[in-house]
Design a protein around this ligand. Structure first.
Ligand code: AMP
Length: 598
């Protein structure tokens, strides 16, 4: 689409020529949602016309919406498992996509305890990069002068694996940071990071974090924004500073790099950055040695204008802690994306977290929406769901996001529930409501109810010898301390009090639960150290009945009352905590390796 960069953008005054083009692009995309979506669908369907998947549904080369909607089913990851397994095993025929599958992206969503594998194609990198390229032009409308300094971003890659057929499987950000799009990006004064690529690309999370923090400290006065992808990542960095500031200050005082950082490329690049600086070392010691860590971000990085972290969705639980550490700096949630597809951006990135709305960019994929409360609209269970197009959504309503991507996912349920808050031009804007079926989440882990139930069943096997069973349970994601951890409240039925389960056994129950949880949880525990040991709090007999009484006193129906399997409401937490008789923690790390089990 032709772009006239001389036009002033309705979004605001662009900071430079490049920004003008980006803002104009956003205007074009959001004005012509309908035609862009039609073009995207037709492009996807025509290029993939000969794929096994589209042929199976007898699309016969049709590229129009009506035929597509009438013939192609709405699917979940589980429905696509057979196709995905074949691709993973090395079948290179055009199954889902006419373009060769370049790699698998491992999403943080899981299926049967393993990360979901999302097939992707090389050109998707261009689409991701395009969305990234729109973020700073929008930010520059609100925060001037970001070209005068740097961004301290804590960015990480994770371990990669290979599928049996030889394709690489790794998280989408690991793929992006390892691509030439990122590694050899041209210099852009508005996008200069303190972290060298060598540090970002180091798979050892300690060495990577240590170096990134060290660089951030060395360049403290140049830092204008501090960020990570999600809020939990930034808090992990602060926790890291709490634990490692002495050594970091020593490195800065002496100009020599901690010997624990062994990566040769990091050592090489740090030899140019790290010089003895006693004054800076003293400042770090002064700020970090105090008891109080309030406003630590602004004390160490005094020129920070905002935090760049996602605090919508599950991450909202970290807002108070980030406010504490940053003295209330604005938190910018800039984009909304997933392994399957990057969706869109926040056109008002400096708004309050509670007001964040993302604008889906219609060029990224073909988007449809399943009205979320379809059960109440009289649809029978097996009548096909009526999906609504991007241009036809209604303000205030909630929808589940369904995508059709260039990489070959057709009418795929992402699992996110979004609410329409308004429009920018013809493009709807969305508040992220929640991810379906997620009970507990500390960072990228997502534990659902059946998984928690299974973990409890596995752990309670250890109680059998003690003639003891778990009669009720609930859970809580405790993020007051970093790293956060899962807390599981158990009410036990001990049949023989002379032979009650010992502390040691209950500790083992914690570990057994962890061993039963999904791979994302265990990776966070073992490789990233971003989730702390799971805790079981045994409560007095009768506690769950009190919980029910409390719910009923607040208007719950006795007939319909179900024990909530996850709690976060303060009075309920207080009630539970006041009835705790013993606390137990996982004594070891659960088993985890990067390899998939199947
Ligand atoms: P993954 O599949 O691991 O790439 O995770 C993608 C998921 O993370 C999305 O489907 C959302 O549930 C969540 N997510 C991504 N961006 C945001 C955001 N800006 N706000 C809230 N949740 C988000």
């Amino acid at each position: 689409m032709a772009v006239d960069s001389t036009l002033p953008s309705p979004l605001g005054a662009p900071a430079c020529d490049k920004d003008a083009k980006a803002l104009q692009f956003i205007e074009e995309m959001t004005k012509y949602v309908e035609s862009v979506q039609e073009r995207v669908l037709s492009e996807i369907l025509s290029r993939n016309a000969e794929t096994e998947y589209l042929k199976r549904f007898q699309l016969n080369g049709a590229t129009d919406r009506e035929t597509f909607k009438s013939k192609i089913p709405v699917v979940t990851y589980e429905d696509l498992q057979p196709e995905i397994q074949r691709i993973a095993s090395g079948d290179q025929s055009p199954i889902l996509s006419a373009h060769p599958i370049s790699e698998f992206l491992t999403s943080s969503g899981t299926s049967a305890g393993e990360r979901k594998l999302m097939p992707t194609i090389h050109e998707e990198l261009d689409r991701r990069q395009l969305l990234y390229s729109l973020l700073m032009p929008v930010m520059n409308l609100y925060v001037p002068g970001l070209d005068k300094g740097k961004g301290l971003y804590f960015l990480f890659v994770k371990a990669e694996t290979k599928t049996p057929g030889g394709l690489v499987a790794r998280p989408v950000l690991t793929s992006y940071y390892n691509s030439d799009h990122f590694k050899t990006r041209p210099y852009d004064a508005f996008n200069v990071y303190t972290s060298p690529n060598e540090a970002i690309l180091c798979v050892d999370s300690f060495q990577s974090m240590y170096t990134q923090m060290l660089c951030g400290l060395i360049m403290r006065e140049e830092v204008l924004r501090v960020g990570a992808v999600f809020a939990s990542g930034l808090l992990r960095a602060i926790r890291f500073l709490q634990i490692n500031w002495k050594q970091l200050a020593r490195d800065i005082a002496t100009g020599s790099l901690n010997r624990k950082v062994t990566d040769a490329s990091i050592r090489e690049c740090m030899s140019k950055i790290l010089k003895p600086n006693l004054e800076l070392a003293e400042l770090i010691i002064k700020e970090c040695s105090g008891e109080k860590w309030e406003r630590i971000i602004t004390r160490i990085w005094p020129n920070t204008k905002y935090l760049d972290v996602i605090v919508t969705g599950a991450m909202a639980q970290y807002i108070p802690t980030l406010e504490f550490y940053s003295g209330g700096l604005p938190m910018a949630c800039t984009m909304y994306a997933s392994s399957e597809c990057y969706f869109g951006l926040n056109l008002k990135p400096m708004c309050k977290p509670s007001e964040v709305s993302y604008t889906i960019m219609p060029n990224m994929a073909y988007f449809e929406f399943l009205p979320h409360k379809s059960a109440t609209s009289g649809l029978s269970r097996d009548s096909p769901p009526r999906l609504v197009d991007l241009a036809d959504l209604e303000v205030g309503k909630e929808y589940e996001l369904i995508i059709t991507t260039y990489a070959g996912l057709c009418r795929y349920r992402v699992g996110d529930i979004l609410q329409v808050t308004g429009f920018h031009n013809a493009a709807p804007q969305f508040r992220f409501i929640r991810r379906k079926n997620v009970l507990l989440s500390i960072e990228s882990d997502k534990t659902d109810e059946p998984e928690l139930q299974k973990a409890i069943e596995n752990a309670s096997v250890l109680l059998k010898d003690f003639n003891t069973s778990v009669v009720e349970y609930t859970s809580y994601a405790d993020t007051k301390q970093i790293p956060g951890h899962y807390v599981i409240y158990w009410e036990l039925l001990v049949k023989d009090s002379a032979n009650a389960p010992t502390d040691e056994v209950l500790n083992q129950c914690c570990l057994q639960m962890e061993a039963s949880l999904n791979t994302v949880y265990r990776q966070s525990r073992v490789a990233d150290n971003s989730i702390g040991p799971l805790e079981i709090r045994v409560v007095k007999n009768g506690t769950f009945e009190e919980l029910m009484d409390y719910a009923i006193s607040r208007g719950a129906s006795i007939n319909q009352y179900k024990v909530p399997r996850c709690v976060s409401f303060t009075p309920i937490m207080e009630l539970l905590d006041s009835r705790v008789v013993s606390k137990h923690f996982s004594p070891a790390l659960p088993h985890w390796t990067p390899e998939r089990r199947h």
